[in-house]
Design a protein around this ligand. Structure first.
Ligand SMILES: CC(C)(COP(=O)(O)OP(=O)(O)OC[C@H]1O[C@@H](n2cnc3c(N)ncnc32)[C@H](O)[C@@H]1OP(=O)(O)O)[C@@H](O)C(=O)NCCC(=O)NCCS
Length: 193
């Protein structure tokens, strides 16, 4: 059964570009309230595009109570006892897709544009590499998650497909979904930036 391969490496204390210090570590069962409070600080329109209803206490409790690291590996960034970013690596359990993963990441609006999102994406790619995955994907709404598209491309993800009108936006208009991907063998490149 797969899990977090390098658990002993955490927590990792890092300094952001604005000088703030955050600690990166795996999500813990005791994080339920911190995680709920974090997602409450994320604007409703952004939450709308996420794949799960993160405003729901039940959903978050499900995450923190039933962690299954063979399915999803969640890491968080913590600053002054508050979660300020959440990032997840989603694994595929069927043997035919065992080599594939998918990342998702959300950063507190007050902690954006200082390198935290890309740092967490790179952290998840390191985990993917240690697990022996070969490709990691990122699914984003073209016109609505532009910052995430930029962040993913900055790390080295490349667009591999656009699925037209796949998502209905906050206002009811159809939007394209972009599939991005990175070969895990590109490790040298994603840390150089
Ligand atoms: C996408 C997101 C995670 C980026 O987090 P972040 O911590 O601000 O990202 P970084 O500071 O590491 O930025 C990485 C790159 O993204 C790009 N970028 C980030 N924010 C940007 C913005 N507002 N405008 C333009 N480019 C931007 C830049 O190219 C940046 O590279 P640089 O640091 O060399 O300038 C954050 O904006 C977010 O949480 N958005 C809402 C949730 C979301 O859409 N998640 C994706 C779906 S799961």
């Amino acid at each position: 059964m797969r899990g977090l391969p390098n658990a002993e490496a955490y927590p990792k204390d890092i300094m952001l570009r604005d000088g703030d210090k955050v600690s990166i570590r795996p999500l813990e069962p005791g994080d339920k309230i911190r995680l709920l409070e974090f997602f409450e600080r994320v604007p409703e329109e952004e939450r709308y595009y996420l794949k799960e209803n993160v405003a729901s206490a039940k959903v978050i409790q499900g995450w923190t109570n039933n962690m299954d690291l063979s399915k999803v590996i969640p890491i968080v960034a913590v600053c002054r006892d508050a979660i300020v970013a959440d990032a997840t690596l989603h694994l595929n359990r069927t043997p035919a897709r065992h080599h594939l993963g998918e990342v998702r990441v959300v950063v507190d609006p007050a902690y954006r544009e200082v390198g935290l999102g890309s740092r967490l994406i790179r952290e998840l790619l390191d985990i993917a590499s240690a697990l022996g995955l070969t490709k990691v994907g990122f699914e984003l709404v073209a016109q609505r998650e532009k910052e995430a598209v930029c962040a993913a491309e900055r790390v080295g993800f490349k667009e591999i497909a656009t699925l037209e009108d796949r998502v209905k936006d906050f206002w009811g208009n159809y939007q394209d979904l972009i599939l991005l991907e990175i070969p895990v063998s590109d490790r040298e490149r994603w840390w150089k930036g």
